[in-house]
Write a protein that binds this ligand. Sequence first.
Ligand SMILES: *Cc1c(COP(=O)(O)O)cnc(C)c1O
Length: 400
Amino acid sequence: MEKKIIYVDNAATTAMSDRAIAAMQPYFKGIYGNPSSLHTVGQTAKEALDGARRKIAACLNCEPGEVYFTSGGSEADNQCIRSAALQGAKKGKKHIISTAFEHHAVLHTLKKLEKEGFEVTYLDVHGNGLITAEEVKAAIRPDTALVTIMYANNEVGTIQPISQIGKVCREAGVVFHTDAVQAAGHIPVDVRADSIDMLSLSAHKFHGPKGVGALYCRKGLPLLTFIEGGAQEKGKRAGTENIPGIVGMAAALEEACGNMQENAERLTRMRDRLIDGLLKVPYSGLNGDREHRLPGNINISFEGAEGESLILYADALGICLSSGSACTTASLQPSHVLMSLGLPHEVAHCSLRITLGDTNTEEDVDYMLVHIPEVVKKVRDISSLWDDYVSGKIKHIYDK
Ligand SMILES: *Cc1c(COP(=O)(O)O)cnc(C)c1O
């Protein structure tokens, strides 16, 4: 018998949708042209490229000419942030505002800019994983070149007040970039209504293919050339376009945006059932605001049950989840996101992230509600950290 697998790590990546796979199929062999070629085969590929750009623009409420294709969310973050920073520096503006709990694609780009002489203010997120537009406003200085704040967090799922932040930035004349990788296709994203100047997204987070993403750059705002070479993407990113990937991404985003409300309602129901059920485990607490939260995100700390052990025991039962962002699981550092919420080291270390997606069912929720509390108990039984709680050496921060 094949082992039952419940994949609930959709913030790390998602399975591709059938529609996206079907949309890509013709572009591997039948329509394999290079969009830069002037003949029929090339021009058919060019039409697919233009069509994909129109679809993505429609989902974001921007113009097709404001959409640039990239290799994914990380590249889009790098290009947007470096571009806005270096343009600002030309006018003597070398200050950037961000938060401590951004994705590493943003944080490491900022670290590099700091080495190049930029100054970055990292706003403290509140214990609920949110910041306010007023806090952004108070941090803006005459030399601020850029504000970069994620739309929704990949670990704790909190959704920032993006339209209010966008308004503050627009009024101050500061470029506003948002990493919308976890938001696009999941919750409404409207770059005009939200006053967003630059945005990053990635196909594999909304049931599209891996290795392809897009950025939005508001018309009139200069964009740095990220890869030198041919004239693709208006000369901003050279290289023959990944046509199957781009077509698959557009199909996946169109599908996700078309089913958004229905999907969000379904996931929210399952999410809330899981949160309520798992919080019945003694000494557990939810991380991130309960209201302003992605439909599929559950992040809970279980005191005295180490995240790595929880993952391994859950995996043995066919439950695939994570304890932080996929990138940090190789190290024993607790997640920078959970630490930024002010959690003690030992509690941040004992957290689980469950992220639901289109493929999950109510039966999956039932299965997890039975087995995850058992897994927590098993891990506590062998944990010396748990012994420290029992002996009173470490004080509980959550109720029984
Ligand atoms: C996954 C993710 C990224 C990186 O996207 P890739 O396409 O994997 O490079 C960036 N930001 C956030 C918030 C993410 O969740």
